[in-house]
Design a protein around this ligand. Structure first.
Ligand code: 4NP
Length: 152
C-alpha cells in the first residue's frame, strides 16, 4: 500500500478532513503512505477546505490549510491503492468510473473500517452549523484509528 484517496462530493468538507486526520494518525505510527482527497463534483476545484472544517481540525492540532480541492478522475482509480467513499452516493459515483474488478476491489466506504459491513455514511455537513463538523471529526477519527492500526 502506497497511496490512499479519500473521496466526498465537493472535496472541501469531509474528504479533506479525512485526509488530515488519517495523515495525523499515520504520523503517530510513522506509517509512510501518501494520503490525498478528491471530490466527485467539480464545484470547488482549487479551493481551500471549508473554514469550519479547518477550525474543527485546528482544535485537534491538525493543519489542512495547504489542501486544495481536486476532482476525482478515472485515472485515480489506477493511481491509488485504496479509495474510500464518505457516503453511499460517493461510493456509487466512484464505482461508476472504475474499469474492471481490480479497480472495484480498491473501493470501500470509509466508515466500514470502524463498522465493517454497515455501509455507514458520513453526513454532509456543508449546510449545517459547526456542530456538523464536530460530528464528522469524531466519526472520521474512529475509522482513521482503525486504518492506522491495520497498517502499522
Ligand atoms: P463535501 O461537502 O462533499 O463533504 O465536501 C459538500 C461541499 C459542497 C457542496 C456539497 C457538499 N456543494 O454542493 O457545493
Amino acid at each position: 500500500m502506497k497511496k490512499i484517496l479519500m473521496v466526498c462530493l465537493g472535496n472541501i468538507c469531509r474528504s479533506p478532513m479525512a485526509e488530515g486526520i488519517v495523515r495525523a494518525e499515520f504520523a503517530k505510527y510513522g506509517i509512510d503512505i501518501q494520503v490525498d482527497s478528491a471530490g466527485t463534483a467539480a464545484y470547488h476545484v482549487g479551493e481551500e477546505a471549508d473554514e469550519r472544517g479547518q477550525a474543527e481540525l485546528a482544535k485537534h492540532g491538525i493543519d489542512i490549510s495547504d489542501e486544495r480541492a481536486m476532482k476525482l478522475s478515472p485515472y485515480h482509480m489506477d493511481e491509488y491503492d485504496m479509495i474510500y467513499a464518505m457516503d453511499r452516493s460517493n461510493f456509487a459515483d466512484i464505482l461508476a468510473i472504475t474499469k474492471d474488478n481490480e479497480e472495484r476491489k480498491k473501493v470501500d466506504m470509509f466508515m466500514n473500517l470502524a463498522y465493517p459491513g454497515k455501509n455507514i455514511s458520513v453526513p454532509d455537513p456543508y449546510y449545517d452549523g459547526d456542530e456538523g463538523f464536530v460530528k464528522v471529526y469524531s466519526m472520521l477519527k474512529e475509522s482513521a484509528e482503525v486504518l492506522a492500526k491495520q497498517l502499522k
